[in-house]
Design a protein around this ligand. Structure first.
Ligand code: IPE
Ligand code: IPE
Ligand code: MG
Length: 239
C-alpha cells in the first residue's frame, strides 16, 4: 500500500464540456469526487493524501472561473471540515495563501486549527501552490538562517532542505496520480516526486472513483522500487 498519495485532479473542464455543461459544473463534480476520494483513502489506510486544487499558474484563467473556484473552495471548507474532523482527518494547506481573500484565509486557518490534533489521514491541499515557489521559498529561508548566523552554508544538505519545504511533516509521496490524460507535472511537488511512482490515467477527475483509485494502487503494488539499486538487491537474491 502506498502510504502517501499525491493527486493532480485534472479534467473537470473537459468533463463538463463533454456533457455540454458549464465548466462550473465540472468543478462541482470534481469537488464531489474529492469528498469520495478522501473517504476512500482513509478507508484504505493511506496515511497522507496531497491534492493539487489550485496552482500558482491557475490565476491565468478567466476571472470568472477563478472566482467560482474560490467560491467553491470557501463553500467546501464551510460544509466539509466538521465531518472531516469527526473522521479524524487532519487538514493542512500548502501554497502561498496571502493571495487569497481574508475570508478564505481565515477559513483555511480555522480548518487547520480545528483538525490539528487529529491523528487519522493527513490531508494536504495545495492552493496557489507551485513546486518552484516551494523550492525558492526554502532557499530563501535557509539564506536567512545563514544571514542570522544560525547555520553555516556547509550545513545545508538534502535533509535540511527538505525540512523547510512545505510538505515537511510527511514522507515523500509513494504514488502520484494525474487524471485527465496529460502526462506532465505542471509545477506540482517538484522536489518531493524525485522517487515517486507516477500513474497517469485518461479518466477525467469527476469520473475518478474508488475503483479507479484501486487501479492506481494496483499499479503501484506492481512496481519494484529500486532507489538506484539492482532488482536482485531488492529481492534479496544478491545481498
Ligand atoms: C482541474 O480541472 C481543476 C483545476 C485546475 C482547478 P481543469 O479545470 O484543469 O480541467 P480541464 O483540464 O480544463 O479539463
Ligand atoms: C494542474 O492542472 C493544476 C491543478 C489540477 C490544480 P492544470 O489543468 O492547471 O494543468 P495544465 O495547465 O494543463 O498543465
Ligand atoms: Mg486542466
Amino acid at each position: 500500500m502506498p502510504l502517501h498519495v499525491a493527486i493532480i485532479m485534472d479534467g473537470n473542464g473537459r468533463w463538463a464540456r463533454k456533457k455540454n455543461l458549464p465548466r462550473a459544473a465540472g468543478h462541482q463534480a470534481g469537488f464531489n469526487t474529492t469528498r469520495d476520494i478522501v473517504e476512500a483513502s482513509a478507508k484504505r489506510n493511506i496515511h497522507a493524501l496531497t491534492l493539487f486544487a489550485f496552482s500558482s499558474e491557475n490565476w491565468a484563467r478567466p476571472e470568472k472561473e477563478v472566482g467560482l473556484l474560490m467560491d467553491l473552495f470557501l463553500r467546501g471548507l464551510k460544509s466539509e471540515v466538521g465531518k472531516l474532523s469527526e473522521n479524524n482527518v487532519r487538514i493542512r494547506f500548502i501554497g502561498e495563501r496571502s493571495a487569497f481573500s481574508e475570508k478564505l484565509q481565515a477559513e483555511m486557518a480555522s480548518a487547520e486549527k480545528t483538525t490539528v490534533n487529529n491523528n487519522g489521514l493527513k490531508l494536504a491541499i495545495a492552493v496557489n501552490y507551485g513546486g518552484r515557489w516551494d523550492i525558492v521559498n526554502a532557499a530563501r529561508h535557509l539564506a536567512q538562517q545563514v544571514k542570522n548566523k544560525e547555520i553555516e552554508p556547509e550545513q545545508i544538505d538534502i535533509q535540511r532542505f527538505g525540512h523547510v519545504l512545505s510538505l515537511n511533516d510527511v514522507p515523500e509521496p509513494d504514488l502520484f496520480i494525474r487524471t485527465g490524460g496529460e502526462k506532465r507535472i505542471s509545477n506540482y511537488l517538484l522536489w518531493q516526486l524525485a522517487y515517486t511512482e507516477l500513474y497517469f490515467t485518461d479518466v477525467l477527475y469527476p469520473d475518478f472513483d474508488d475503483a479507479e483509485l484501486d487501479n492506481a494502487i494496483a499499479f503501484y503494488a506492481g512496481r519494484q522500487r529500486r532507489f538506484g539499486r539492482t532488482g536482485e538487491q531488492v529481492t534479496g537474491e544478491d545481498a
